[in-house]
Design a protein around this ligand. Structure first.
Ligand SMILES: [Zn+2]
Length: 217
């Protein structure tokens, strides 16, 4: 017969190893050796969409998860992916964006103007006060905002960017996915109108007239 004492000892030992994983570098990876890039939107349930458990109670911890507005490629997303893929044992990148994304809902130029209207000095801005070396070229602020014209296009572009980025090892598997908020289903990014039916995937559908600064083309 087995004793509860033995089970508890095993559980305590497993937990200790789980809690101290990062000390082991590539030998202490997250459960699925996975890095997820996702939009910050509250209607995108990462665990449900991908069938994983990112957050932890004990036994969770399937992935390192990075969320930003849009789930788009940014220098900080690249920084995070670089660290986990090179030094923490991650072998796979999964990008998940979603329909009805707020990043389709306005033109970057309008956002820029709104900020100027609030007195923000966009042209003389230090983006990150802890890293003043990080600068945008004059006029690049609108591109930096990263508004999208088409979420499927942005997702496909993000996959290509990580696949070919010099900071990401060549043998890391990269895929991208779209979560349909309307249907609560995951699908591959596509330009097929039938597959995108009944979902809002372009800025045009939000009534945005002007094209975004050309970040995804
Ligand atoms: Zn979003």
């Amino acid at each position: 017969m087995s004793y509860l004492k033995d089970e508890i000892e095993q559980r305590v030992s497993d937990y200790d190893h789980w809690a101290t994983r990062r000390r082991y570098g590539p030998d202490g990876p997250n459960n699925r050796r996975l890095w997820v890039l996702a939009c910050m939107d509250e209607r995108l349930p990462v665990d449900e969409a991908l069938g994983i458990r990112v957050d932890s109670p004990v036994g969770g911890g399937d992935a390192h998860c990075f969320r930003n507005a849009g789930g788009i490629v940014t220098e900080d997303a690249i920084r995070s992916a670089m660290l986990t893929c090179n030094f923490f044992g991650t072998r796979e990148i999964v990008i998940v964006q979603h329909t009805q994304c707020g990043m389709l809902s306005a033109n970057a130029g309008d956002i820029e103007q709104a900020l100027r209207g609030r007195g923000v000095d966009i042209d003389g801005l230090t983006l990150d006060p802890t890293l003043p070396e990080l600068k945008l070229e004059p006029g690049a602020f609108g591109k930096w905002i990263g508004m999208m014209d088409d979420v499927d296009v942005a997702c496909m572009k993000a996959v290509e960017t990580f696949k070919h980025h010099p900071l990401i090892p060549k043998d890391v598997t990269v895929s991208g996915w779209i979560w349909e908020v309307e249907t609560r289903r995951l699908r591959a990014p596509t330009l097929d109108a039938d597959k995108r039916a009944r979902t809002d995937v372009t800025s045009d559908q939000f009534g945005v007239k002007a094209k975004q600064p050309p970040r995804w083309s």
